[in-house]
Design a protein around this ligand. Sequence first.
Ligand code: G6P
Length: 609
Amino acid sequence: MCGIVGFAGHSEAAPVLLDGLARLEYRGYDSAGVVVCDGKDLNVVKTKGYVEELSKLTDGGKTLPGTVGIGHTRWATHGQPTDTNAHPHLSFHGSLAVVHNGIIENYAKLREFLIGKGYAFKSETDTEVAANMIDYYYDDDILKAVAEATRRMEGSYALGIVCKDVPDTIIATRKESPLVLGIGDGCNLLASDVAALLRYTRNVIYLEDGEIAEIKADSVQLYSAELERIEKPVSTVDWDVSAAEKGGYEHFMLKEIMEQPDAVRKTISPRLKDGRVVLDGIRLTPEYVKNLHKIYIVACGSSYHVGMVAKYNMEKLVRKPVEVALASEFRYCDPLVDENTLVICISQSGTTADTIAALRQAKKLGARILSIVNVVGSVIAEESDDVLYTWAGPEIAVATTKAYSTQLAVTYLLTLYMAEICGTVTPEKYDWAVRELEALPEKLAKLLDNVDQIQYLASIYFNKEDIFFIGRNIDYALSLEGSLKLKEISYIHSEAYAAGELKHGTISLIEPGRLVISVASYTPLVPKTVSNIVEVKTRGAEILSITTEENAADLAKVSDNMIVIPDAMDLFLPSLAIVPMQLFAYYVSLMRGCSIDKPRNLAKSVTVE
Ligand code: G6P
């Protein structure tokens, strides 16, 4: 959602801003704009539309001369996606321009206050309110004005500000919305996400809540909210620029699906040492784990689906009650959480607004927070007691694939780790599980050789308008993710049901020709799922089954088509069974001509409630 880029250098800013904005497109947006200081004036160009349109309007940036500027992709919250509501917003007196991510919750009150002081507004946005608040406090010290104005803003924000009177400078600050500074050679940059910086530098400083940065071509000075000078370490990002490019694939989604064996290997291997799971860096003591009363997993979207798989696996192996909650529900349900509860927050981006709010609430209630996050230095990672990073690299396609797989991998490691501490797994089963985990990347690679069959199946089914997914236990958790993947990028209506629930309603929707995808990998429950398949088949449904080699013969009797995945220990089957569903969603969407990497209305990271 919304992206910010800033550049201060000795070369032209506009082309860098356009390139950076293009790299942030995956976050989801509906309008875009840039402002460049030409040493004297602030020249703004913005449009309801994509970065390509912005590039056309500015002739690739040539019509905007100047070496300092900021750019923005906007995902509409306050006000429709229009040219006027697009960022940057100039202040009433035209002396400064602002780009903003997040939501200023008290903007209506501040707007009223400013109107009382003689300000008028062109747009409906909270961002224009921010610009005018800074303008109101601006005398001749822009830093002071930003500090004063933000002190009065409630909600979340990442702000980039340029001011006519200091044409060589960008001011940046944030609260609960990410901002990272890029330290370059002869230039310094600003972005909401490292993907926009990688072409120029891998040296970064993560800005924290309340900190203010003064960015010039040859210097970056950091201040606390009280404007005291502070120093922060420069970190090196080990993703290289190719990690955020398509590398010959037609879509990021396909590239990221194909990267899964490697991403899962990177996530698992360093944490397996001499046949043991070693989770260096987390500080859960054995006593704490043993005495835990409950585990709560909190997340949104696909990360929530990972939580569903983890619940089945953890309860089976660790023998502790595990609740999985959607972060948006958890935060308003007065959750039963205390110091004997471990709250696991799962988030690819580490910036999902509801998950952040849930984390803070759980912390207040005394719970310990362990997060599973992909983006280093993100809010969720920073605010957790313990972090287990997924090493998926940058994920660009909105529909998550490799991040989901690496999150699953981390939950496996954690499950084994806790089961060993609690003594709920036999040494034989533990050793077997470790061997299976080591073999997982190889099995994933083997599965990805099976693309032709899935392409063929997609060609048979891509015209369907309703597709149901059914499964039991971990296969139900997987059905939820398979169905989400399909609907979010193909726009086909799809629902996932626990197979045993069919008779309680959904079966009324089954009619001749309806496609039912049955996920039947979990051997103990395969006979039960087979019975459910027969029920829908009798009513005319077509059946596509996803099952293991071990269960293939049973499923063949009741299925019209089958995808067979390698056998594996049941704990880890979800990693394998999800891959054909990702590929199926991808090829169906390709055949329907959909915008695969940037599906309509969706954003990669949902930074508003
Ligand atoms: C958005 C993304 C999903 C993601 C969800 C949670 O809806 O499109 O792919 O699963 O947010 O995001 P997080 O970054 O917290 O995992």
